[in-house]
Design a protein. Structure first.
Length: 203
């Protein structure tokens, strides 16, 4: 497959989901309100190299990146299709909001800041905030998950009873005591995944 053939094939993929435009002889872009996908061509000797990527407009993070030699037609088309699928899927991405709480909200405020930094490093669209225990009830509806510190773990049963439509968990003591952001984020991801699977299966 030649460069020109691949470009013409790509340009046939007009869609309401994005604006497809040839910027120059070596660059084709798929533009949306939330991200830009690019197909960049270059050459080394007799080889045509293709770089396909998606960059979020919200935080300018790279959400998808591959580079390959343009050789096998079906392979090249498959990679482009997978990039487009990823681009469209990004439209439905929802920020995950997590509320942390302890008795006064001081230690969880510091941990929330550390979790935010870790999530940013991992490219996760997470938001962490912290409040005192007394403010959980007025804030609960704005969050996907509520995590309470081990110091107030004895209140977990009361909270889950009074807020039955919310996912409320205690931060594992070992993670909180060591400010282990990596393990805590994995705990959050698994907990949310299990919760959504449970909700879906009960529909």
């Amino acid at each position: 497959m030649t460069k020109q053939q691949y470009q013409l094939w790509i340009l046939e993929h007009q869609s309401d989901d994005y604006i497809l435009e040839r910027k120059n002889e070596d660059l084709i872009q798929l533009d949306t309100s939330y991200a830009v996908a690019s197909v960049q061509f270059s050459s080394i000797k007799d080889n045509i190299l293709v770089e396909i990527s998606i960059v979020s407009k919200k935080d300018e993070r790279t959400k998808f990146y591959l580079h390959f030699e343009l050789k096998e037609e079906e392979h090249a088309k498959k990679l482009f299709d997978e990039m487009v699928e990823t681009l469209i899927r990004l439209k439905g991405e929802k920020k995950v909001r997590v509320l942390l709480s302890c008795s006064a909200g001081l230690t969880t405020s510091m941990f929330a800041s550390m979790l935010t930094e870790a999530a940013d490093t991992l490219g996760l669209d997470y938001e962490f905030n912290a409040v005192s225990y007394m403010n959980i009830y007025e804030e609960a509806d704005h969050y996907d998950l509520i995590l309470i510190a081990p110091q107030i773990g004895y209140m977990l049963s009361r909270l889950t009873s009074s807020l039955p439509d919310h996912l409320i968990l205690q931060i594992p003591t070992a993670y909180f005591a060591s400010y282990n952001t990596g393990e805590t984020i994995q705990f959050i991801q698994k907990s949310l995944n299990d919760y959504f699977i449970h909700c879906y299966s009960n529909q």
